[in-house]
Design a protein around this ligand. Structure first.
Ligand SMILES: Cc1cc2nc3c(=O)[nH]c(=O)nc-3n(C[C@H](O)[C@H](O)[C@H](O)COP(=O)(O)OP(=O)(O)OC[C@H]3O[C@@H](n4cnc5c(N)ncnc54)[C@H](O)[C@@H]3O)c2cc1C
Length: 519
């Protein structure tokens, strides 16, 4: 993946503004259908909400409470498809739901909900289907949960991903099919002719150069930046969600809990050997360019989680945190948690299409509707090409057999089992390049941070091949060390020095990039 701002010249069939999950799926689908596509992103790929999610590919059990069956069925259908089309990128994750004496939803109601969830998922196999666990069994399963008034509980299957790498792989797929995708390329103005949009002025944030990009159709997948105009504000409701990163708990399953304070659902999720705790959901009217984790958010999450834990988490346990903004269709629901998560396509008078709201899980299907509309306007007859299609980095072979083979090869090279497992998820078939690097330089098999499953060769491959422009692109999204570890300035500088030869950085740039990550 090479960044090439100059390639934005000429006329495109489709210009997409915004490189989150919606822009990535739209560009990939359109490129697969044979359109000449440009995708521009003002920051890094998945630099906004698409790297700040709970990383779940899920139907959303809680939406059953608001009778949003259509949304749940749509998301569960996508979950099933993604588990098959991208077994390296989307993997099963089981969730526990405890039932306490004072739980808002008792055993019977929860059982009914989980049966419906399985039904809407098309009766999945045993790995994904729900199970009831008695008090002792549930307590054994999740020994860190307070069990004084525990009556038992359930486990059920959903799925997990690495959101930023999901976006990156789709951008790579779009590029492999001819799309011109450029990060740090900000769309500064749409160009109109006879009141119809026909392109945009795009700024190369790195060099300060601008380009006039002509396109027959234009789509905005700009997330929260849609609200930069009055019309956008009238379409969208914004809510902020934060997550905390905490030490690992003794489980490889997630837990769905209900906040005793306000009845909101939140999750405790294992990810890369740490625990994600989230999320909050509060109306957002702040600066869309700087969404911050605030002290009140941290206190809220620790308080609601600690009501369930035998050993409370303290502020000192928090390793990292991140915040993101949900865009939802405008609604007058009293609380953002009650507003629909469904997605909508709006058309402005200028012909510009706007993607509003949605979810990581269902973005592929929503993007096909965008591209259907674009194709219809262009007079191109080409159907959706992404449904059921293997992901760009999916191995050709049977995934289980391939994983076992590659994991064994990795371990023969001195890569430990946990790192090997995550390498397969992170890179899919590209893992072979990591192994080759370790073969040539065995010291690259070492972990970067002892507690985390990332090795040096992985970081170097990301630096070499994944269009990282800044150190924060590498350390927050390609490999999320900045949120999963407490890195001091010395450690960050060491990593900057490691990737400097690959990225052509001199000492001044190393200092600058280190400073930006530690600010
Ligand atoms: C806290 C939280 C947890 C969530 N958890 C889940 C989950 O577990 N599962 C799930 O399915 N969904 C989840 N979601 C929803 C999901 O994350 C979002 O629906 C999705 O990421 C939105 O993607 P997007 O592409 O619309 O927006 P974004 O990811 O925000 O992308 C928009 C992009 O447009 C770019 N852009 C804006 N203006 C310009 C411009 N002028 N020029 C160039 N680029 C521009 C921005 O830089 C940005 O990168 C969660 C959301 C939140 C907030």
């Amino acid at each position: 993946m090479k960044r090439d701002f100059a390639a934005l010249q000429g006329e495109f069939d489709l210009l997409v503004c915004g490189g989150g999950i919606y822009g990535a799926w739209t560009a990939y689908d359109a490129a697969l259908r044979g359109l000449k596509v440009a995708l521009v992103e003002q920051g890094d790929w998945a630099g906004a909400t698409s790297s700040a999610s709970s990383k779940l590919i899920h139907g959303g059990l809680r939406y059953l409470e608001t009778y949003d069956f259509k949304l749940v069925r749509k998301a569960l259908k996508e979950r099933r498809m993604l588990l098959q089309a991208a077994p390296h990128r989307v993997w099963p994750l089981r969730f526990g739901v405890p039932v306490y004496e004072d739980s808002r939803n008792g055993t019977l109601l929860l059982k009914a909900g989980l049966m419906l969830y399985d039904l809407l998922a098309g009766f999945p196999d045993g790995q994904m289907r729900h199970r009831h666990l008695g008090q002792a069994h549930f307590s054994e399963h999740f020994p860190f949960l307070d069990d004084a008034t525990l009556k038992g509980g359930f486990t059920y299957g959903d799925a997990q991903t690495d959101d930023a790498r999901l976006v990156l792989e789709l951008v790579a797929g779009a590029m492999a099919h001819g799309a011109v995708c450029v990060n740090y390329a900000r769309l500064v103005a749409w160009i109109e002719e006879r009141a119809q949009v026909c392109g945009a002025t795009v700024l190369d944030v790195e060099s300060g150069i601008t380009a006039q990009v002509r396109a027959r159709q234009c789509v905005s997948t700009a997330g929260q930046w849609t609200t930069a105009t009055e019309q956008g504000r009238s379409w969208c409701r914004l809510s902020k969600g934060i997550h905390l990163v905490l030490p690992a708990l003794p489980t490889n399953e997630a837990i769905l809990l209900t906040a005793k304070e306000d009845g909101r659902v939140f999750f405790v999720i294992p990810w890369y050997g740490r625990t994600l705790l989230g999320t909050t959901d509060t109306d957002y009217r702040g600066d869309i360019d700087h969404v911050m984790v605030e002290e009140a958010d941290v206190e809220y999450l620790l308080a609601v989680a600690n009501r369930y834990l035998k050993t409370a988490w303290t502020r000192a346990d928090v390793i990292g945190s991140y915040a993101g903004v949900r865009v939802m269709k405008q609604s007058d629901a009293a609380h953002p948690s009650d507003a629909s998560r469904d997605w909508e396509l709006k058309t402005a008078a200028s012909g510009l299409l706007y993607a509003i709201g949605g979810k990581l899980t269902s973005a592929r299907e929503d993007a096909t509707l965008i591209v259907d509309k674009v194709c219809a306007r262009l007079g191109v007859v080409a159907g959706c090409a992404t449904r059921g299609r293997g992901f760009p980095w999916k191995p050709q072979q049977d995934f289980a057999a391939w994983s076992a083979e590659v994991a064994a090869a990795a371990q023969r090279l001195g890569i430990d089992a946990e790192c090997a497992k995550w390498l397969l998820h992170r890179h899919g078939v590209r893992v072979e390049q990591v192994l080759r690097m370790v073969e040539e330089a065995p010291q690259l098999a070492a972990r970067i941070v002892p507690a985390l499953p990332f090795i040096h060769a992985d970081l170097l491959l990301c630096a070499r091949d994944e269009m990282a422009v800044h150190l924060s692109d590498l350390l927050r999204r390609r490999m999320p060390l900045l949120i999963l570890a407490r890195l001091d300035a010395l450690a960050v500088r060491h990593l900057a020095e490691l990737v400097a030869p690959v990225l052509g950085w001199d000492e001044a740039r190393v200092v600058q990039e280190t400073g930006a990550c530690c600010a």
